[in-house]
Ligand binder design. Sequence first.
Ligand code: SAH
Ligand code: SF4
Length: 430
Amino acid sequence: MCYAIPAKIIAINGMTATVDYFGEERKVLIDVDDLKINDYIYAQGGVFVRKIPQDEALEILKTWKEVFFELKKTDAALAKIDQDKLSPNALAVLQKINLRKSLTKPEMLALLELNDPQELKVLYEIANNVRQREHGNSSCVHGIIEFSNYCSNNCYYCGIRKEREIPRYRMQIDEIIAAAKHASENYGFKALVLQSGEDFWYDDEKLVQIVKAVRKLGVLVFVSLGLRTKETYKKLYAAGARAALLRFETSNAELFAKIRPGTTLEDRVQLIKDLKEIGYVIATGFIIGLPGETNQDIINNILLARYFAPDMYSFGPLIQASDTPFATLPSVAKDLVLKTIAITRFVDSNSNILVTTALETLDANAKREALLAGANSLMINITPKDYRHLYQIYNNKVNANLEIENAIDDSVKLLYALGRAPTDIGVKNC
Ligand code: SAH
Ligand code: SF4
């Protein structure tokens, strides 16, 4: 769920509140004890973010109401499937999904191996239909601040790996807080991802200070810091972080060992389990297109991600990064990523699926196509411009030089055109 409009609490049961968004009910985890029925709140990722005074909430809802239902009509029209045009195979998939039956592994593999353009079109339409059925027209738009490109690791695919000689930067604590404040106050972001290389210059004390200050802005704090100890993540949770983005990269342990020297899949998986145990909302996923990866691996990746019951799936194509061991790998086919999105939508119909920057970098149209193939979430880079172009985890990363206003505008325009409600980042007339 990612409506970032005021939600009215209609029931409270222990730490779970049932909230209403223009007639749609959602569940929200509440970790404060001063909330009562009829209060208005913001929630993100199924987690309480902040309370809103009633008059302010009613004013915002008044502005949204008309636009919201107009957008819903567009979304519903785009999500229609012409049943007469479905092949028997596609119809069988749709029937299974409608009956909420799980697809078998061979069925998933068969979908991943589809290549006929007409069949792919139908596959994406069905995934979009499932997305619309499960989420309505809600769409998550999170902001991401990439606060340091120092990294102590040497992942073979990554452009900021330790061994690579590149200009390095570290944002100071007050710079990070200022960037978060700007995003929250000027653009209305309700969820912010704080990401970096594995940079231990930021010790627990510094990280706690950052998380506390960003949480105070009334946003969901997402951390994406790579392998840190469970203790560190516990401290960050206590400081107010509630979501963690950590990909396992590949479910194939042998392949993992080859691409992330000095670390193991087991450690990464254990950390994701620890994060869940601490109470974090999880975003996880993998890279598509690692050397030697098979379609079976991709299906296993989807299933491993689902095992963690994530709030959000984050997977994208490997993009070449110069001067790394994988600099000359062939580009990943866009349809392979779109098919993976569609299958993930079937495997976990109620999840949030992110359109990654890597996919946008692979193909300029991919953002729109992914949103019409089952994806429902976007991330906007709000790293200050002086630093943004230096966080080159791969070549030609999109929007490296775009003003934040323009990046937001592009995303909002696209979401509006598709009938999605970008409630996180403000209201506009359709
Ligand atoms: N250091 C942290 C977070 C930053 S990297 C970590 O590794 O978890 C964030 C993600 O970027 C990684 O999880 C990886 O999946 C992705 N990534 C790195 N290099 C990439 C490349 N060349 N192409 C596509 N994705 C890449
Ligand atoms: Fe560092 Fe993350 Fe890049 Fe690996 S993927 S080198 S951990 S930034």
